[in-house]
Design a protein around this ligand. Structure first.
Ligand SMILES: CCCCCCCC/C=C\CCCCCCCCCCC/C=C/C(=O)SCCNC(=O)CCNC(=O)[C@H](O)C(C)(C)COP(=O)(O)OP(=O)(O)OC[C@H]1O[C@@H](n2cnc3c(N)ncnc32)[C@H](O)[C@@H]1OP(=O)(O)O
Ligand SMILES: Cc1cc2nc3c(=O)[nH]c(=O)nc-3n(C[C@H](O)[C@H](O)[C@H](O)COP(=O)(O)OP(=O)(O)OC[C@H]3O[C@@H](n4cnc5c(N)ncnc54)[C@H](O)[C@@H]3O)c2cc1C
Length: 643
């Protein structure tokens, strides 16, 4: 199962090597992180990033190894944005000449870049950005300016203190005419002493949610006062501005300017399975250690993992972690395919890639953020201790529901894609993830054939149920929209229903990709069978949770919904014997898990007890401040009879 989770034996060995490298290096210690003040915390992150880079250079790590190293260091840092957005943006939107100039500098870390798109006033609405880039043909330069307070760049990671350069998204003005938002490489700080260059005001935006957590990142604010950059620092693959001041659009679609977001959304889906599996690993191991009630004749109490309620909350999350792992693998393939096509100027699959990355990013991050919080509750009171690892994991993870596109805004993008597909059904055969809509007549007509709980253990029955639900919800939205004279008004009015239809479509993708994975050859005794059980748990849990949809569209009867739930209970009993093995298969070191409750050796109580004494409050028996603030109250002589 370790191999199935990792993807291959080579990846398992490689990731294991990187995990151990990090776990055994004292520089990457992270247990004191939530106790550190902001300055100390940030300096420590700089130290870790520098040490990580030294390891990459000294050990000549490959890109793949470096990615695993970064994962196991487990600390958001400016390097994420440099490698994860600044470099990919230049790769995707720069001309050959621009790539030749900027990529070697960035890849050798001679410059440090960030991705400065969001502003104080606008994040979701990218076309609403206010920063301007006005072309000055006399000087052959752009003038980058922040005309209003709300145009201040706000949020970019790495901008606050670390970056020397930024990829700035600004409204292009040529000859007094606006040409929409484009990307510009702007130097922010001196390469000699790191001080801000003239016309640049830059700093950190302040503390964020939770202790430690995302506060290791210097999310920044940036303002420009008529800052001049050479013309060739506008990324010009999509459109060009000539020396003479002529704006030219190439054959490349304008949406490619959003390409970096497509790339990162894809990586976020892969990362969702890592974050969720971490939380699930902690909650599952601890649920096997923890005992409450049920002692008979003085025997041991019941392990809480044996309670059906615990299983019905925990096992769907375990199954979701596996489901997200496999859909992430598929999405990576889809992205690589689109990337190759884009390089060959084939843009036909871009809308599908956008809809899939946006929708799956939204679906998986929402489920993971909620799942981590559920795991905290599954660990009872001890889950609330920082030493459980869950509070920091939650705090560091939840912004994923917002960054790279607010999850609701992204589902509305999926809705546009679905509505368009439905409206074109008469004359255009849908392909890819919407191919099922090509069978819409059958899906609208056929009803579920399940008669017994066992009938639900059938991939065909499950896929058809999810297809019918998604197709019927999409068609219903299409019919409702048709009643509006103005389609945009209709879209705004029906937004909540459209979001639900998008969720149904995305859940269908995850379920189908899990089932497709099981059609592959999966070596290892019992591995495929265990994955099949998890796949059914994932699908039937969703079906149970959203039974209202399946019933409302008239595909299921209440009896069939009840049978699905009966089957789900049986499946939980089948997961139980292998639950610990299924989380051990993630192959996480204790360092990466960062949790006393999730320790591999299960030695939870002695270690919790030990850790309590390490809290600074326990440095002395009598706390600082006692004599000043508590003792006077204790010694107070009160005259009021009542008191
Ligand atoms: C220690 C040492 C370490 C060393 C390490 C070494 C190696 C490590 C290597 C790698 C490390 C990798 C680490 C990666 C980690 C990444 C961490 C990420 C951290 C996250 C940081 C966060 C960053 C951000 O948040 S950046 C800002 C993101 N902002 C958004 O997402 C904004 C959301 N809004 C939008 O996307 C859009 O504005 C919109 C889509 C909502 C609306 O746009 P608009 O123009 O108004 O469009 P609309 O009219 O609705 O649509 C027009 C048509 O365009 C289509 N479309 C829209 N978007 C896209 C798209 N992205 N792609 C393609 N097409 C798109 C849309 O469908 C419409 O099409 P139609 O056909 O006309 O209908
Ligand atoms: C930790 C973190 C790191 C970040 N890093 C970066 C970075 O490196 N670079 C960068 O450029 N940006 C970064 N961002 C910014 C991030 O991309 C934006 O915050 C995000 O895109 C959401 O935009 P917003 O803040 O404008 O939200 P808003 O759009 O203001 O959302 C507020 C509410 O309005 C709703 N809403 C908005 N529009 C609609 C609509 N059309 N229909 C229905 N509901 C709507 C949303 O659902 C939400 O509930 C980061 C943000 C965070 C939290």
């Amino acid at each position: 199962m370790k191999v199935a989770w990792a993807g291959s034996r080579e990846t398992l060995e490689l990731s294991d090597r990187m995990a151990k490298l990090v776990a055994n290096d004292p520089v990457f210690e992270k247990f004191t992180r939530p106790m550190l003040g902001r300055k100390e915390l940030f300096k420590n992150t700089l130290r870790k990033a520098a040490h990580g880079w030294k390891l990459i250079v000294d050990l000549r790590l490959t890109e793949e190894e470096a990615k695993w190293l970064r994962l196991y260091i487990d600390e958001p840092a400016y390097t994420d944005l440099h490698w994860g957005m600044f470099i990919p943006a230049i790769e995707g939107q720069g001309t050959e000449e621009q790539k030749k100039k900027w990529l070697p500098l960035a890849q050798k870390m001679k410059i440090i870049g960030c991705y400065a798109q969001t502003e104080l006033g606008h994040g979701s609405n990218v076309q609403g950005l206010e920063t301007t880039a006005t072309f000055d043909p006399q000087a052959d330069e752009f003038v980058i300016h922040s005309p209003t307070l709300t145009s201040s760049k706000w949020w970019p990671g790495g901008l606050g203190k670390a970056s020397t350069h930024a990829l700035v998204y600004a409204r292009l003005i040529v000859g007094g005419e606006f040409h929409g938002v484009h990307g510009f490489i702007v130097q922010l700080r001196s390469l000699e002493d790191h001080s801000p260059l003239p016309g640049i005001t830059v700093g950190d935006i302040g503390l964020k949610f939770g202790n430690g957590a995302y506060n290791t990142m210097d999310n920044g604010v940036l303002r420009f006062d008529h800052v001049r950059i050479p013309r060739n620092q506008m990324l010009m693959r999509v459109s060009q501005v000539t020396k003479e001041g002529k704006y030219m659009q190439s054959d490349v679609p304008r949406q490619l300017i959003y390409g970096t977001m497509v790339y990162v959304r894809q990586t976020i889906v892969v990362d969702a399975s890592k974050a969720l599996s971490r939380a699930v690993c902690i909650a599952t191991r601890y649920s096997a250690v923890r005992r409450q009630f049920g002692s008979r004749n003085g025997g041991p109490e019941t392990q809480v993992i044996d309670y059906k309620t615990q299983q019905s909350r925990l096992f769907p999350l375990l199954a979701s972690a596996y489901a997200f792992r496999f859909v992430g693998e598929w999405l990576k393939w889809l992205y690589m395919d689109v990337k190759q096509r884009l390089e060959a100027n084939d843009f036909s699959t871009l809308p599908e890639a956008h809809a899939c990355t946006a929708g799956l990013k939204s679906l998986t991050t929402t489920a993971t953020a909620d799942g981590i919080e559920e795991c905290r509750k599954l660990c009872g009171g001890h889950g609330y201790l920082v030493s459980s690892g869950l509070p920091e994991l939650f705090a560091v993870y939840i912004p994923a529901c917002t960054y790279e596109g607010d999850n609701v805004v992204l589902l509305l993008q999926v809705a546009r894609f679905i509505v368009k597909t439905v409206s074109e059904l008469g004359y255009k055969q849908p392909v890819g993830t919407t191919a099922y809509m090509g069978r819409v007549a059958t899906l609208m007509q056929n009803n579920c054939a399940v008669r017994t709980a066992e009938d639900w253990l059938n991939p065909g029955a499950i896929v058809e149920a999810f297809e019918a639900r998604a197709a019927r919800m999409a068609v219903a939205c299409g019919r409702q929209l048709a009643k509006f004279e103005n389609p945009e008004e209709g879209f705004a009015e029906l937004a909540s229903d459209l979001v639900e239809a998008s969720v149904a479509h995305c859940q269908l993708i995850v379920v189908s990709k899990f089932i497709e994975k099981l059609q592959q050859d999966i070596p290892g005794k019992g591995v495929k069978q265990s994955l099949e059980i998890l796949c059914y748990v994932y699908a039937l849990f969703l079906l149970h949770k959203h039974q209202g949809d399946f019933l409302a569209v008239g595909y299921l009867t209440p009896k069939q919904a009840l049978l699905a739930n009966d089957q789900l209970r049986t499946l939980y009993s089948k997961v139980r014997p292998n639950a610990i093995a299924l989380v051990d298969s993630f192959n996480y070191t204790d360092h990466y898990l960062g949790s006393i409750l999730g320790r591999y050796d299960g030695n939870v109580y002695p270690k919790l007890y030990e850790a309590a004494w390490e809290d600074p409050l326990n440095d002395s028996d009598v706390a600082d401040g006692f004599h000043q603030y508590v003792q006077p109250i204790l010694k107070q002589k009160l005259h009021s009879a009542k008191l």
